[in-house]
Design a protein around this ligand. Structure first.
Ligand SMILES: [Zn+2]
Length: 115
């Protein structure tokens, strides 16, 4: 009796559990959710809400990847559309880290999402 092996498939897996980056080691749950923003609209909305409220709410005890890391996060992970995701995380970073001047760039994010 011979054992038939399943043919290997060359599928690209974006399984977050495989990632060994510093953000996953520090904030695994939020890291894995950030990886979904490209394909899950609810996760994208969560990121936008986090960005818009970053200056207003206290996230010091929250287990989240902070906005200071979002640009690097976008650049060091594999996306279906790398340019779009780098733009998205870049805009989210700008919104989150913008001084509380009242000039919120949320409209920019919504414009990007609508494309
Ligand atoms: Zn990672």
């Amino acid at each position: 009796m011979t054992t038939q092996m399943e043919p290997l498939t060359a599928t690209l897996s974006l399984d977050a559990a495989w990632c060994r980056c510093a953000d996953r080691r520090r904030h695994a749950h939020h890291h894995d959710r950030l990886l979904l923003v490209e394909t899950d609209f609810d996760e994208l909305l969560e990121l936008l809400e986090l960005a818009v409220t970053w200056q207003e709410l206290d996230y010091s005890d929250a287990a989240v990847v902070p906005p200071e890391r979002w640009n690097d996060f976008a650049m060091t992970h594999v996306w279906r559309d790398q340019d779009r995701m780098e733009r998205l995380f870049g805009l989210a970073t700008d919104v989150a880290l913008r001084a509380a001047s009242g000039a919120v760039g949320g409209a920019q994010l919504l414009e990007l999402v609508a494309r």
